[in-house]
Ligand binder design. Structure first.
Ligand code: FES
Length: 71
Protein backbone atom coordinates (compact mmCIF):
# COMPACT_ATOMS: atom_id res chain seq x y z
CA UNK A 1 0.00 0.00 0.00
CA UNK A 2 3.05 2.27 0.31
CA UNK A 3 2.34 4.03 -3.00
CA UNK A 4 -0.33 6.61 -3.62
CA UNK A 5 -2.96 4.35 -5.22
CA UNK A 6 -4.97 3.84 -2.02
CA UNK A 7 -5.56 6.50 0.61
CA UNK A 8 -6.64 4.08 3.36
CA UNK A 9 -6.94 0.40 4.30
CA UNK A 10 -10.61 0.68 3.48
CA UNK A 11 -9.92 1.64 -0.14
CA UNK A 12 -7.41 -1.21 -0.46
CA UNK A 13 -9.81 -3.76 1.07
CA UNK A 14 -12.61 -2.66 -1.24
CA UNK A 15 -10.32 -2.93 -4.26
CA UNK A 16 -9.53 -6.51 -3.20
CA UNK A 17 -13.21 -7.39 -2.52
CA UNK A 18 -12.45 -7.94 1.18
CA UNK A 19 -15.65 -7.35 3.18
CA UNK A 20 -15.36 -4.51 5.72
CA UNK A 21 -17.68 -2.49 7.89
CA UNK A 22 -17.86 1.22 7.15
CA UNK A 23 -20.22 4.16 7.14
CA UNK A 24 -18.83 7.69 7.40
CA UNK A 25 -15.42 6.90 5.86
CA UNK A 26 -13.89 9.85 7.69
CA UNK A 27 -13.08 8.63 11.21
CA UNK A 28 -16.23 9.98 12.84
CA UNK A 29 -18.48 7.03 13.78
CA UNK A 30 -15.92 4.22 14.36
CA UNK A 31 -18.00 1.78 12.29
CA UNK A 32 -14.86 0.44 10.61
CA UNK A 33 -13.01 -0.37 13.83
CA UNK A 34 -10.89 -3.49 13.26
CA UNK A 35 -8.41 -5.43 15.36
CA UNK A 36 -4.66 -5.15 14.77
CA UNK A 37 -2.90 -8.52 14.93
CA UNK A 38 0.60 -7.05 14.43
CA UNK A 39 2.12 -3.73 13.40
CA UNK A 40 1.34 -0.05 13.81
CA UNK A 41 -0.62 2.53 11.85
CA UNK A 42 -0.82 6.28 11.36
CA UNK A 43 -3.96 8.31 10.70
CA UNK A 44 -4.73 10.83 7.98
CA UNK A 45 -6.98 12.54 8.80
CA UNK A 46 -6.95 11.97 12.55
CA UNK A 47 -10.19 10.34 13.75
CA UNK A 48 -12.56 12.30 16.00
CA UNK A 49 -11.98 9.71 18.73
CA UNK A 50 -9.11 7.23 18.39
CA UNK A 51 -10.04 3.55 18.81
CA UNK A 52 -8.83 1.58 21.84
CA UNK A 53 -5.26 0.28 21.79
CA UNK A 54 -5.07 -2.79 19.55
CA UNK A 55 -7.75 -1.56 17.15
CA UNK A 56 -7.67 0.66 14.06
CA UNK A 57 -10.14 2.69 12.00
CA UNK A 58 -9.45 1.34 8.52
CA UNK A 59 -11.11 4.25 6.70
CA UNK A 60 -8.51 6.84 7.67
CA UNK A 61 -5.31 4.93 8.44
CA UNK A 62 -2.25 3.62 6.69
CA UNK A 63 0.57 1.28 7.81
CA UNK A 64 3.83 2.49 9.29
CA UNK A 65 5.45 -0.90 8.63
CA UNK A 66 4.33 -4.46 7.92
CA UNK A 67 0.82 -4.87 9.31
CA UNK A 68 -1.64 -7.70 9.95
CA UNK A 69 -5.33 -6.85 10.51
CA UNK A 70 -8.17 -9.04 11.77
CA UNK A 71 -10.57 -8.23 8.93
S1 FES B 1 -16.08 4.34 8.39
FE1 FES B 1 -16.61 5.72 9.93
S2 FES B 1 -14.89 5.74 11.27
FE2 FES B 1 -14.28 4.53 9.59
Amino acid sequence: MGGSTYHSFLELAEACDIPTRCSCRTGVWSACETGIVAGTVAYRPDPIEPPPVGNVLVCCSHPQADLVLDL
